[in-house]
Design a protein around this ligand. Structure first.
Ligand code: DON
Length: 356
């Protein structure tokens, strides 16, 4: 377990106590360059530890089992990681064990398309609206409306039909070339080379007939231009990439830091292209519970049926929790609870302004 007890904003608050002039200076610094909470606690490791202790024995929820390999993952696995935009890492619990990234991958493939082809490509071909349906709904594809005046579909790249379409948009002369681009992108966000969990890939490939039907339907309706089989296979592979809580938190922190990985210093996506990514996460990151999540945290986030959730506090931190048991909407129960507690303790809600 790695820990780092340094305080992020404590010095600002101490200076503020000394004089009004310093207060003004430290607050404006906090707004422009410092990562920490505007109004929250300053002992980040203490806050992470407290959430770990509070939720350690929470066993509510159930592992996903529609992909057989996911049912075999230890439901007790619980890891928390928080990475600040100045690259400090705070962790608790198991941050070594890898789970499959699953739907969290959708964020980074969408980000890759946005980086390569611009935010308008995703908006026009897939849409950026909530479907109001479950992540693998076929009815949502049948019922999709178009946005008045633009003709863009009311769909998004974080539900399966939109995500398979986004994967099909990554350019490359062969499946291998497309895969290399996708996996290089994930590696850059995580700051280390990630690998596919072969047992999960095989298990999902053997049982993904529903996603194959969705892929074929998306081709029929023109969201996928050609080769839906390749898109479904690469999508299945991207969902099987192994990650631990620290990888996921670093990926989230890269978005929190305007597209530059705060641990490696490598830019992964242009700063101006990060807000559209976060907007879709805020709209659809926890599927049909996205509104409820935003109501309680204000954080753009994304869940995966492997048990991970990432959340982004822009300009402050990225956070991730891995805990496999899910609720009925397909979101990790403990991850939702722990991230909410930690972010609210740290003042991470980007919608909460302090009255001057
Ligand atoms: O396509 C699927 O069903 C899975 N590979 C991913 C689904 C998922 O993670 C939805 N998450 N909440």
């Amino acid at each position: 377990m790695k820990s780092n007890n340094s305080f992020i904003i404590g010095p600002c608050f101490k200076a503020a106590a000394l004089s009004l002039g310093l207060l003004v200076a430290s607050l404006s610094l906090a707004q422009t360059s410092k990562p920490a909470a505007a109004s929250g606690k300053s002992d980040l490791q203490g806050v992470v530890n407290a959430a770990y202790t509070k939720f350690k024995d929470d066993s509510e929820g159930k592992n996903a089992d529609y992909i057989p390999a996911l049912a075999k993952v230890d439901p007790k696995l619980f890891g928390i990681a928080l990475v600040t935009v100045d690259g400090k890492v705070y962790t608790a619990g198991d941050i070594k064990t890898e789970v499959s990234i699953q739907s969290i991958s959708k964020v980074f493939t969408m980000a890759q398309v946005i980086q390569e082809q611009g935010p308008e490509s995703i908006e026009k071909q897939i849409g950026v609206d909530a479907t109001g349906a479950r992540f693998n709904s076929i009815i949502a594809v049948e019922a999709v409306k178009t946005v008045v005046g633009t003709g863009a579909p009311e769909m998004n790249a974080l539900v399966n039909p939109g995500a398979i379409s986004a994967t099909s948009m990554v350019k490359g002369a062969s499946a291998d070339e497309v895969w290399k681009k996708i996996s290089d992108t994930y590696n850059d966000y995580a700051g280390r080379p990630l690998t596919v969990l072969q047992d999960v890939y095989k298990s999902e490939s053997d049982t993904n007939q529903r996603n194959q039907a969705i892929g074929a339907l998306m081709l029929a309706y023109g969201y996928i231009k050609d080769n839906w089989q390749q898109a479904v296979d690469l999508y299945t592979r991207q969902c099987s990439v192994g990650v631990n809580a620290k990888d996921l938190a670093t990926m989230a922190a890269t978005l929190a830091n305007g597209g530059k990985n705060p641990v490696t210093g490598r830019r992964v996506i242009d700063e101006a292209k990060v807000p559209p990514v976060l907007a879709v996460m805020a709209t659809a990151g926890l599927y049909d519970d996205s509104g409820k999540w935003l109501y309680h945290t204000g954080l753009p986030a994304k869940s995966g049926v492997g048990g991970g959730i990432i959340a982004v506090s822009p300009g402050k931190f990225g956070i991730a929790v891995v805990s496999p048991p899910l609720d009925d909407a397909g979101n990790s129960v403990r991850a939702q609870r722990a991230i909410t507690a930690i972010s609210n303790d740290l003042g991470g809600n980007p919608l909460a302004a302090k009255t001057k």
